[in-house]
Design a protein around this ligand. Structure first.
Ligand code: NOJ
Ligand code: MG
Length: 584
């Protein structure tokens, strides 16, 4: 009995509130209250029937992003590329790859985005180029100023055999040595990803200027910001020492996690370079007072991630992606685990800076596959209603799932390098298959029955057209969540999180004079009836359902009592103290 009481007490105290009073009235900038919609251009919409998505395709379906309730689109790379890493291997950063279209197509996309009120964000890939880039070709030939644009090294001569070996034990994130021998230059070059992606040398001032000019090129064309790729890898330690071993059982020297990346990731110089990129964006803001957004990609520890926000004197990104949910949460996580992740982020965001939430992207198994389709609405609820910018990967609004692909169907270099036995643990193809628009040929993605990656066979029933027509669907929940997101309460209200039980997580967003929003997510498989008035003060007797997961048995507009809220297994309910317009 006593232990039960203690447990109950503990559960009640584990909630934490955050209220930043400065937020209540400060004007919010365009990027702060939107959901950013990530498009993987090869897979969104194909306009010319070659089975690969393209810019005209995206333009023809921009309305969907607006209808879903998002405020910006971020395009994964659209630049000239031999496509060894499907666009992240760039041979010219200021040209559009013909697979995707041309500059006129880009301008048309941009014009329509503007008309729809959508901001346009591009991917900026500073860390490496393609080996087909003119810079690399000239670097191989030691033509200045390109001679040192990449990380070159003579390697070591093995005393016993007299043979040349790579300079050290640095491993590629895609498996094997990170050093590749170049016959022509008679030196090794460093590549953290594919062999065809030589790493650029940020200790070379000309290179730094060239990369800033890439930013300026797109900024002059009027883009609203950048997602900055692979930030931790910008600098390497110039002593070229072996990295220490992690001693993780079961790993081979060719596995990336075999070594601790103390000489190849998050070096102090990196934070200053991020600040320098930010200054370029701010040059443009200074001219017209329109913020150019910078969001950085870094899977790193919490202090390193926070470091990419920069300081007041030297600001870095507007925010660095919050990858904690991806790194630390899964379908077996408890309410306490979720609460811990939420506060690990919120408690560490530098004072006065803005939060964000990321649950999926083109590098991670789909949310519905990682957490289960029955929890997809619950995850979207956290994504959109927690304080900060929401980043959504295309298809998450439909709860699209991973597509099973055979070894023979695999094209992702990370999957291929893992080999036929292990490819499925590494390949990112399953989350990159075409967007499922409807139940026609190739899910309405392409007129071509053969697409660059096969369409998920579940497209016959799992598609946008079906979800838009159904009385309740993941898509409708997503729309309702984004609508709620536009309320002052969600934009600026305080957050209180409570661990109601092992599996039920609840939180409120509150703002003086506005309706309160209350969300409860049942992370567990069994039904649970909770008394939320025990966990939050000031809740009304009866509240209105603002949205509820498809498996909840409730619908927008229904009435429900916070004192005895019945949550089916894996169900989510969002209540408001106010009125809602329209039902379902
Ligand atoms: C980060 C991108 O998100 C990922 O898709 C890519 O494979 C790596 N950069 C390497 O290019
Ligand atoms: Mg095409």
């Amino acid at each position: 009995m006593l232990s039960l009481l203690l447990l109950a007490l503990l559960a009640r105290c584990s909630g934490v509130s955050v209220a930043d009073p400065s937020l209540a009235e400060a004007p919010l900038d365009w990027w702060q209250n939107i959901t950013v919609y990530q498009i993987y251009p090869r897979s969104y919409k194909d306009s010319d029937g070659d089975g690969i998505g393209d810019l005209k395709g995206i333009t023809s379906r921009l309305e969907h992003i607006k209808d879903a309730g998002c405020g910006a689109l971020w395009l994964s790379p659209i630049y000239a590329s031999p496509m060894k890493d499907f666009g992240y291997d760039i041979s010219n950063q200021t040209l559009i790859d013909p697979i995707f279209g041309n500059l006129d197509d880009f301008k048309a996309l941009q014009k329509k985005s503007k008309e729809l009120g959508l901001k346009l964000i591009l991917d900026f890939v500073p860390d490496y180029s393609s080996d087909q880039h003119i810079w690399f070709k000239k670097s191989v030939k030691k033509i200045d100023p390109y001679t040192d644009y990449y990380v070159w090294h003579d390697g070591k001569i093995d005393n016993a055999t007299g043979k040349r070996t790579p300079p050290n034990n640095w491993v590629s994130a895609f498996k094997g040595s990170a050093w590749a021998w170049n016959e022509e230059r008679q030196q090794y070059y460093y590549h953290v990803f594919t062999v065809q992606q030589p790493d650029l040398n940020y200790r070379n001032k000309h290179l730094v200027e060239d990369m800033k000019d890439v930013l300026r090129y797109w900024l002059r064309l009027g883009v609203d910001g950048f997602r900055v790729d692979s930030i931790p890898h910008l600098f390497e330690d110039t002593r070229f020492l072996d990295e220490p071993l992690t001693h993780t059982p079961g790993l081979q020297p060719t596995d990336y996690d075999y070594t601790e990346h103390v000489f190849t990731q998050n070096l102090p110089e990196t934070y200053d370079m991020v600040h320098q990129f930010r200054r370029v964006l701010d040059e443009f803001r200074a001219a017209d007072n329109h913020t150019r957004l910078m969001m950085t990609e870094a899977y790193a520890n919490i202090s390193q991630m926070m470091g990419y926000y920069g300081t007041d004197e030297k600001p870095g990104a507007h925010f660095t992606f919050n990858f904690l949910p991806i790194m630390h949460l899964s379908r077996s996580s408890t309410a306490q685990n979720f609460s811990d992740v939420i506060f690990e982020w919120l408690d560490n965001v530098p004072k006065g800076r803005w939060s964000n939430w990321v649950f999926g992207n083109h590098d991670q198994p789909r949310v519905a596959s990682r957490f289960g389709s029955d929890l997809a609405d619950g995850i979207n609820t956290l994504l959109t209603l927690l304080p900060g910018t929401a980043i959504s990967y295309m298809g998450e609004e439909l709860a699209m799932t991973n597509t099973f692909l055979t070894w023979n169907q695999t094209v992702d270099p990370q999957g291929l390098n893992a080999g036929p036995q292990n490819y499925s643990s590494f390949s990112r193809d399953p989350e990159r298959t075409p967007f499922q628009w409807d139940n026609s040929t190739s899910a309405g993605f392409s007129s071509n029955p053969r697409t660059w990656l096969p369409v998920n066979p579940n497209y016959k029933t799992l598609n946008l057209a079906a979800e838009a027509a159904a009385p309740t669907s993941h898509y409708k929940v997503y729309q309702q969540l984004n609508q709620l997101r536009r309320s002052r309460t969600v934009q600026r209200g305080s957050l209180t999180v409570r661990v109601v039980s092992e599996w039920v997580l609840a939180f409120t967003r509150e703002l003086a004079g506005e309706d309160t929003v209350l969300a409860a997510v049942n992370l567990g498989p069994s039904e649970s009836t909770v008394d939320l008035t025990q966990h939050f003060s000031g809740l009304p007797q009866m509240a209105t359902v603002a949205t509820a997961s498809v498996n909840s048995g409730l619908r927008r507009g229904d009435k429900s009592s916070p004192a005895s809220l019945k949550l089916k297994g894996k169900a989510t309910v969002v209540l408001t103290s106010g009125q809602v317009s329209g039902s379902s």
